[in-house]
Design a protein around this ligand. Structure first.
Ligand SMILES: Nc1ncnc2c1ncn2[C@@H]1O[C@H](COP(=O)(O)OP(=O)(O)OP(=O)(O)O)[C@@H](O)[C@H]1O
Ligand SMILES: [Mg+2]
Length: 368
């Protein structure tokens, strides 16, 4: 039994309560308010939405994961998969099949007992398949209280005909005032493009909702308890250092705690002297990724990245910084843009940070 979980959606005892956010999400779901839920990676968006909606009596959640969709066939399949998961009753599933009949759907139950609806890939290739699936979804969700969640919504932009798909989605959604649609995503630029570009069909169509760090007091209590469950002790001060190291990003905090727990013994007190062994364990698990990133960097990119790892929060384009690096400000700007586009760094509260704090620590420890 591991007391810490990361890299997955967390629930139950692994979910640290976020009372305020949960309450407002539930209120928005009840009032049919569409939301665009944004936040950095691993900040807990998916877990929060699923937890908050999952606890509401009489509220059905249709959860549609658009992670890495490539084609409209994928899109139609994911929507129907979400529908099948949300509606266990056979009468509803029959209706789903009927409403989406143009996609020639079939119902199947896999060996684990999970019900799935698959669509015919040729039918899903037809130009009006997105409208068909959206209309089917709209008809289903208008019966009873429902909230539809499109997770990783920015991946819609990966579709060749993204603007048409967005327009078709929007034209169905806009007539459904009673139903809340939550669009979650983490790649800020792309989400901004969908919801803030004047020409986008989704322009200002949903209220922005930010998911940032968990309240440190609540999170500290949670972490202490999890270590207790795992038969370790830890002081509030040490937890503060863990939170600072991981910039309060829950996924990174849990990863660090899991490594601390794994590299210590029953009844041991976790102190900062335990950090190094835990980090070494994480490095050993992730080193291939770090090396692959480093291999692809130009010398200027390496220089900027190393400087960022040492300086932490610095205005990367300030002349004192660029002078020290011996690089022209325009070069630094270009490098920063590239590192940002490759998701090695990201902008948080106006400052560039490492997307992965462990990669940053690894660079610090491995400074030639
Ligand atoms: N409320 C929470 N309590 C404790 N840990 C959490 C909580 N929310 C998230 N986490 C931690 O963060 C990890 C990522 O959570 P989740 O997948 O919900 O985040 P996300 O923002 O949706 O990430 P992504 O941007 O990758 O989709 C979880 O595996 C868990 O370790
Ligand atoms: Mg997520």
């Amino acid at each position: 039994m591991r007391p810490f979980q990361y890299g997955c959606v967390v629930s139950g005892e692994h979910f640290c309560p976020r009372a305020e956010l949960e309450k407002s999400l539930q209120e928005y779901a009840l009032s049919g308010q569409n939301l665009v839920i944004q936040g950095p990676r691993r900040m807990g968006k998916t877990s929060l939405v699923r937890h908050a909606l999952g606890r509401m009596r009489g509220m059905r959640m249709v959860y549609i994961d658009l992670y890495f969709i490539k084609t409209t066939v994928d899109f139609c399949s994911r929507v129907m998969k979400g529908v099948a998961q949300a509606y266990e009753e056979l009468s509803f599933l029959r209706k789903a099949l009927q409403f989406a009949s143009r996609l020639r759907p079939t119902l199947s139950i896999d060996p684990s007992g999970t019900t799935t609806i698959s669509v015919d890939s040729r039918a899903a290739l037809e130009p009006d398949s997105v409208s068909s699936v959206m209309e089917a979804l709209a008809k289903l969700v208008s019966e009873g209280r429902t909230c539809v969640v499109f997770d990783e919504f920015q991946d819609i932009l990966k579709l060749e005909n993204a603007s048409r798909v967005l327009a078709e989605m929007r034209s169905t959604i806009q007539f459904q005032e009673q139903v809340a649609y939550f669009f979650t995503g983490s790649v800020r630029n792309e989400m901004t493009h969908i919801f803030e570009d004047l020409n986008s069909p989704f322009y200002k169509s949903a209220l922005p909702f930010l998911v940032d760090e968990i309240d440190p007091k609540e999170f500290t209590k949670f972490i202490k308890k999890r270590f207790e469950v795992g038969e370790r002790t830890i002081s509030t001060k040490t937890i503060e250092q863990i939170l600072a190291f991981a910039d309060g990003v829950p996924g990174d905090v849990q990863e660090f705690c899991e490594a601390l727990w794994t590299t210590t013994e029953v009844a041991e007190e976790i102190t900062p002297t335990c950090f190094r062994a835990a980090l070494e364990l994480i490095f050993s698990r992730e080193i291939r990724g770090y090396e692959a990133t480093m291999e692809h960097l130009t010398p200027a990119q390496t220089k900027v990245l190393r400087a960022l790892s040492e300086n932490g929060q610095v205005l990367l384009t300030s002349t004192s910084f660029t002078d020290r690096l011996g690089l022209a400000p325009s070069t630094v700007k270009r490098v920063v843009n590239r590192l940002f586009a490759d998701h090695v760094i990201f902008l948080r509260k106006g400052e560039y940070c490492f997307s992965n704090p462990f990669f940053k620590a690894w660079l610090q420890f491995n400074n030639p």
